[in-house]
Write a protein that binds this ligand. Structure first.
Ligand code: SF4
Ligand code: SF4
Length: 408
């Protein structure tokens, strides 16, 4: 697809990046078949190809109207289209660049700006989020039903005893933001399970949100500031020989794996960011190479449906890892369908596009339920909370299954 860049965008970094990425699209439309929003609305502008046309129009005219904003906002950035695209269009990067440009050339209604600002002020900070959730729990009985469901119960955590002998292998773990506030037990469980394999997880107190919340809400510079802070926090441990930087939420994992690309033009951080990205591993990548048969006799034999988050399947290319791990650990898996479709959580999407998000959630739960599971597991905090708000069976992080087996 040819782009004649608007003359005023000559030095605009986002515009130039978007123009480069758009050119790979050959208009075939294969991507519409696997795009959740196209499948929901059957409107060309709510599919990847239509959005690419809208971005191209913005690049060539230097302007964007309400339609461009509405249809780009409806994109989940699930990257299912990237998995499908035969031409290798990097749609995730294109969506981020397009959105950055959109904020520069068009004005958003005040109400939307305010909501986005609130989300960015609360979600990346576990203490603030805990205050908001605490208030939500107090006032839950008088909240509208839809909102009531969005407020998760407080998770009871325990740290367990650790062997006094230091482990041979050391890794860093990302504490994160939403997961740290809502399900801190996930990282505790990961710590206990990895200790069985002589791996010690270190969480740096000065690291925090991976930056994805800001970055994907078109506040790229603030997102990159989070990345720089995390790199500074982790670097002493990297220099001391940490073997990997482990992420237990796949959405954060994608962001950390992207630090190298996102900071490639930052002289002070480029080489360290690249190293950090090389070391980044989802928890399932760490455990895939271990002998999981040790759990086989002690895992609870409940029929389990696996929801592989888009950020694990499409963005990290680890679509079947979870199933492989759970099967090797002796957990019976329930049949599922439409594995490629997003559950509608998509970071802050469930707050910003509540209607589409709810419809996708209903469709996803139906797809996860065909094998009549007794529980659902996933690998990303956003999906876990989103599915858990409407599911009839418990929704857990998969590491909790291995952890409960390890305690026996
Ligand atoms: S990222 Fe997901 S929602 Fe957005 S265009 Fe691609 S497939 Fe559709
Ligand atoms: S599948 Fe790829 S090349 Fe074809 S229309 Fe979609 S983005 Fe363009």
């Amino acid at each position: 697809m040819q782009v004649k860049l608007y003359s005023g965008f000559g030095k605009n970094k986002a515009a130039r990046e978007a123009a480069d990425l758009v050119q790979k699209c050959v208009h075939c439309g294969f991507c519409n078949a696997t795009c959740p929003t196209y499948q929901d609305r059957f409107d060309e502008r709510d599919g990847p190809r239509g959005r690419i046309y809208l971005i191209r129009h913005m690049l060539e005219s230097g302007q964007a109207g309400d339609a461009t904003r509405i249809h780009l906002d409806r994109c989940l950035t699930c990257r299912s289209c990237e998995t499908t695209c035969p031409s290798g269009v990097q749609y995730g990067r294109l969506a981020d660049a397009g959105r950055e440009l959109l904020e520069q050339v068009s004005s958003r209604p005040v109400g939307q700006k305010f909501l986005r600002r609130i989300i960015r002020w609360v979600f990346p900070y576990p203490r603030r989020l805990n205050v908001v959730l605490g208030l939500g729990r107090i006032f839950r009985p008088i909240l509208p039903r839809g909102l009531r469901r969005q407020i998760p119960s407080k998770q009871i955590t325990w740290h367990g005893s650790q062997p006094s002998r230091p482990a041979t292998r050391k890794m860093i773990v990302l504490g994160g933001c939403v997961q740290a506030a809502v399900t801190p037990g996930t990282n505790d469980a990961a710590r206990r399970v990895l200790r069985r394999f002589d791996i010690e997880l270190h969480e740096s107190p000065s690291a925090g949100c991976c930056g994805a919340v800001d970055y994907h809400l078109a506040a790229q510079e603030q997102g990159l500031e989070c990345a720089r802070r995390n790199i500074d926090a982790w670097w002493p441990h990297v220099e001391a020989g940490a073997e990997a930087i482990v992420t237990t939420a796949s959405g954060c994992g994608v962001m950390v794996k992207d630090y190298g690309a996102l900071l490639k033009d930052d002289e002070s951080y480029a080489s360290r960011a690249l190293r950090v990205s090389e070391l980044a591993k989802d928890l399932c990548e760490v455990l895939e190479s271990e002998d999981l048969s040790v759990f086989k006799d002690s895992t609870v034999k409940r029929r389990t449906a696996v929801h592989c988050p888009c950020t694990l399947m499409h963005a990290q290319g680890l679509g079947t890892s979870l199933e492989r791990i759970l099967e090797r650990a002796g957990i019976p898996l329930a049949e599922t369908t439409e594995e490629h479709l997003c559950c509608g959580s998509a970071g802050t999407y469930s707050l910003l596009q509540a209607d589409i998000s709810r419809r996708l959630l209903t469709r996803k739960l139906a797809a996860l339920s065909i094998g009549e599971p007794e529980q659902i597991v996933t690998a990303n905090i956003g999906c876990q909370l989103h599915l858990g708000a409407q599911s009839d069976v418990p929704v857990l992080h998969w590491i909790e299954l291995l952890d409960s087996a390890a305690q026996k």
